[in-house]
Design a protein around this ligand. Structure first.
Ligand SMILES: Cc1ncc(COP(=O)(O)O)c(C=O)c1O
Length: 382
């Protein structure tokens, strides 16, 4: 087993056994430092820092993300969250010749929400037969010549199952539909090369595996797709000449930045950029290897203790999310928090989510503590 890399970057880990990175990553010193630098510039220089510093940080952040996923910088836009990015894309389709949008019941609810209130779009939400995954064949069979888009996850947020987004993007392309990947639970802990994957759109953000926290989402739109979409959401940051302050003509940028809206949250962008730098330093391949070690160890220990795991058992098919079937998961999470072990719950299950900075000792701690707190009679009610 390898050591936990860069562990000292994350003071949170001295306070708690932090196993909830798929909800919110641990805070690093580098991210804290980047936000502090921004606040200092704000305090000492005010708006004068826009031109020689902050616009450059925006460019740098787009570039870093583009490098991470093998995209061109002209294919990347910065937005505030995944929901906004999804809606910007959804608003760019007409649904005239093709009205169907296919997603699954295991995708994060914001994916379905994006289309539920669009009268022109017919949303189809595919069922999962086992509550853990949706077979690729089921998705492929649902795509036809009336399908405008397939919108689904790289990794399902509440089961940890990894989808073959290359295969699904190919199937969407064969049906003439757009492939939109919600990669929020993938990018960073899994390597992503958009050329290999062949998706048209990929959306992810800072909150989780990209170590940047809240308020920053990354939108990839490939060049051909940029030309096909006419978003009905627009703001001055999407204009070719925002600082001309021209009210009469809007000239959308000829790249993915046309999807950007208004003034970005600079603390979030600084944090996001510093988080990306850490992921870049380690490299997704190293992170992914470590994730496999940690989750395999966790699954083995939980099995040994007789727990039922609601996550794919094949290590190739899962990422850093392990769902454990317990009675009253909310109370189990509270009991664990009293022991300074931070995990989360989703309907019916406790969700344990390690990242590269966790250790095997911590994996043993959660396995042992779960054993103890699920024996509810042993502890006073919360
Ligand atoms: C896979 C996935 N997609 C989307 C979201 C929601 O993203 P946002 O709050 O940035 O809209 C989440 C949040 O946890 C998620 O896990």
């Amino acid at each position: 087993m390898t050591d936990a890399p860069l562990r000292s970057e994350f003071p949170t880990l001295e306070q708690t056994t932090y196993l909830n990175s798929c909800s919110l990553c641990a805070l690093s010193q580098r991210v804290r430092g980047a936000v502090r630098t921004h606040l200092e510039a704000w305090e000492t220089r005010g708006a004068s820092a826009w031109y020689d510093t902050w616009l450059g940080v925006l460019d740098d952040t787009r570039e870093r993300f583009a490098d991470l996923i093998g995209a061109g910088v002209d294919e990347v836009a910065l937005l505030a969250n995944v929901s906004t990015a999804m809606n910007a894309i959804a608003s760019g389709l007409t649904y005239e010749d093709r009205s169907r949008v296919v997603t699954t019941e295991l995708d994060f609810p914001t994916v379905a929400r994006t289309w539920q209130d669009r009268p022109a779009a017919d949303l189809e939400i595919l069922d999962s037969p086992d509550g853990i995954r949706v077979p690729a064949e089921t998705i492929e069979d649902a795509l036809d010549d009336d399908t405008a888009a397939l919108a689904t996850s790289h990794v399902f947020y509440a089961t940890g199952a990894v989808q073959d987004i290359q295969r699904l993007s190919e199937a969407a392309a064969d049906a003439g539909a757009l492939s939109i990947v919600d990669a929020y639970q993938g990018t960073g802990q899994l390597g992503t090369d958009v050329d290999e994957v062949g998706c048209d759109v990929l959306v992810t953000g800072g909150l989780k595996w990209l170590l940047g926290g809240t308020g920053i989402a990354y939108l990839y739109v490939d060049r051909d797709t940029q030309r096909q979409l006419s978003p009905d959401m627009a703001g001055w940051f999407g204009d070719e000449r925002p600082f001309a302050f021209d009210t009469t003509t809007f000239r959308p940028r000829q790249d993915a930045r046309r999807f950007e809206m208004g003034t970005p949250s600079l603390p979030s962008v600084h944090a996001g950029n510093a988080g990306l730098a850490i992921v870049d330093e380690l490299g997704p391949a190293t992170i992914c290897e470590r994730q496999t070690e940690l989750t395999t160890d966790l699954v083995d220990r939980l099995h040994d203790r007789g727990f039922s795991i609601e996550t794919p058992l094949d290590a190739e098919e899962r990422a850093g999310i392990v769902m454990v079937d317990v009675e009253d998961p909310e109370s189990v999470v509270q009991r664990l928090a009293k022991r300074d072990i931070i995990v989360d719950h989703r309907p019916g299950r406790v969700r344990v989510s390690p990242y590269f900075y966790n250790t095997i000792d911590e994996i043993e701690q959660i396995a042992q503590a779960l054993d103890q707190v699920t024996d509810l009679d042993d502890e006073p009610p919360t």
